[in-house]
Each structure stands twice: as C-alpha cells, then as structure tokens.
Write a protein that binds this ligand. Sequence first.
Ligand code: C2E
Ligand code: MG
Ligand code: MG
Ligand code: MG
Length: 271
Amino acid sequence: KSAGKSTWRLYRREADQSRSVIARLSWKDRILDALKHDGFELHFQGIYHAADKSLAHLEALVRMKDAQSPGEIIMPGQFIPHAETTGKIIEIDRWVLHQVVDLLSLRQEIPSIAINISGRSFDEPGLPEYISRLLASRQVEPRRLLVELTETAAVSDMRDAQRFIDALRATGCTVCLDDFGTGFSSFAYLKQLKADVLKIDGLFIRDLPVNHDSEVFVRGMVAMARDMGKITIAEFVENEEIFNMLLEIGIDQVQGYYLDRPSREHPSLMR
Ligand code: C2E
Ligand code: MG
Ligand code: MG
Ligand code: MG
C-alpha cells in the first residue's frame, strides 16, 4: 500500500523479522521528535511525612504528548523501555533535570523535588558535575534536588553505580534508591551503595495487608535502614489500611493514591 496503487510485493520472511527493528526505529523517531518539539510534560506527585501527612517533597514524573492524538499522553511504562534501548533516556532525563532546576530556581518556597535518573547514566561520569554546575548557575541549593536511581539498573554494574552515587552525593544532592527490593540481592547492595534514602518498591506495599512475606520484608528493610541512618519511603500507598500499617512499622515517608495522584498542577505548586 505504501508504494502506491497497482503495485505488489513478494512476501519475504526477512521483512517480518526486521519488524521489531522498524518498531524500535519508529519509537526512536517519536522520542527524537518529542525532544525537538516540546513533546514531553511533567506531572508531580507528593511524598508526605507519615507522622503528620505534611508534604516532604514532590516527585517529577515524565509523560510524552501523543503526537497522533492531541491532548492524550503516553505513560512512561510505554516509552521509557524504548528510550532506554535507544539511549535516548539520557536526553529525556536531562530535559527533566533542566525543567525541575528552573522550577526550583523560580520558586524558592518549594522545598525539594525528586527526579528519576536511569541507570543508563551510570557510565556517564560527567553527569554529577553537570548537575552541580547547573544548580550553581541557577542558584539552587543542591539539597533541594533529590535524585532517584532504579535498583535493577544499578545492580548490573555495581562499581559504576557506586562511583556515580559517590560523585552525586559529593555535589550535595540527596540520593535515593528507587524501587528498592526488586533486584536479586538488595541486602548486599544496600551495604555497598551509600544512598541517603530508600524507596521500597510498591510491589511489597500494595499487598501489605494480605501478604505476610511482604510485611516481614518491609519491617526488615525499615529496621535496617533506621540503624544505617537512612530515610525510608513507601510507594503505592493506596488506602488507609496500608498507611496505618506503615505508620506502625515506622516508615518515614509515604507516596501513593491514598494521599494524591500525579498531576500537572499539583496543589503545592499553585500560588
Ligand atoms: P517510579 O519512579 O517508581 O514512580 C512511581 C510510579 O508509581 C509512578 O508511575 C506513579 O504514578 C505510580 N504510583 C504512585 N502512587 C501509586 C499508587 O498508589 N498506586 C499505583 N498503582 N501506582 C502509583 P509513572 O508515572 O507511570 O512512572 C513509572 C516509572 O517510569 C517510574 O517509576 C520511573 O521508574 C519511570 N520514570 C518516570 N519519569 C521518569 C523520568 O523522568 N526519567 C526516568 N529515567 N524514568 C522515569
Ligand atoms: Mg521514582
Ligand atoms: Mg519508585
Ligand atoms: Mg516503582
């Protein structure tokens, strides 16, 4: 059809096999296009102190505008895997970084905002320095920027991850291990990587009331983190029952639909 009317092609098996490559190229093109033409937007979700439900900070979560259907957005679960395989995630993360640092610079009353950085960046030794200079140029105190790193990516190269985290902490930013507990060796990992904050994966939180193993795990994590002087956050806090269990367990901070949903215009950003 694409060759025009009244033409035909022989079916070739290779054409079918290269389809996954074509699919990846088209995602890459969509991502490149979005990077060029303001095709991303940020939503913000609150992280709250468990003790009194007051706001601790915000997490910036990226979405892609759907170029094919205006007004619709594409969730990160769909495009981030493609951004990672094509290497474009580095540029997306930098776009988010710039947006958030500009916002922090403009709005000095906002306490702090977390961004997500893909483990693909660990072999980019210049990134911590880049962040540091950006913060200085916008007169934003480094402690107002939190950087969440995903564990699965970190585990794949422990030494790169460690070097990256050390350099990042040296700039004064707060470093958080995101989705903690989903890797295969989270305890060994915790001992080696010196992060400030542990965000326990939602997998262990959402079924807390009905899964005893999850409860044992979360209790263990929180107790150990406390002994190590780290802050703990639980994500996917969806209802009051989960919230109350976490409060009893002694979690520091909570994030989830029970408290608020990610939105473009988070109440705490409105003046
Ligand atoms: P994450 O960093 O673990 O973010 C938490 C995800 O859980 C968000 O999904 C959030 O909307 C969702 N969530 C929050 N509370 C609840 C709840 O109570 N129940 C349920 N079921 N879900 C909840 P989202 O926004 O779709 O983001 C998915 C993932 O995409 C993020 O997981 C993060 O790994 C990645 N991501 C998002 N923005 C960026 C970015 O700028 N850069 C990179 N590298 N990754 C990003
Ligand atoms: Mg995160
Ligand atoms: Mg997370
Ligand atoms: Mg998660």
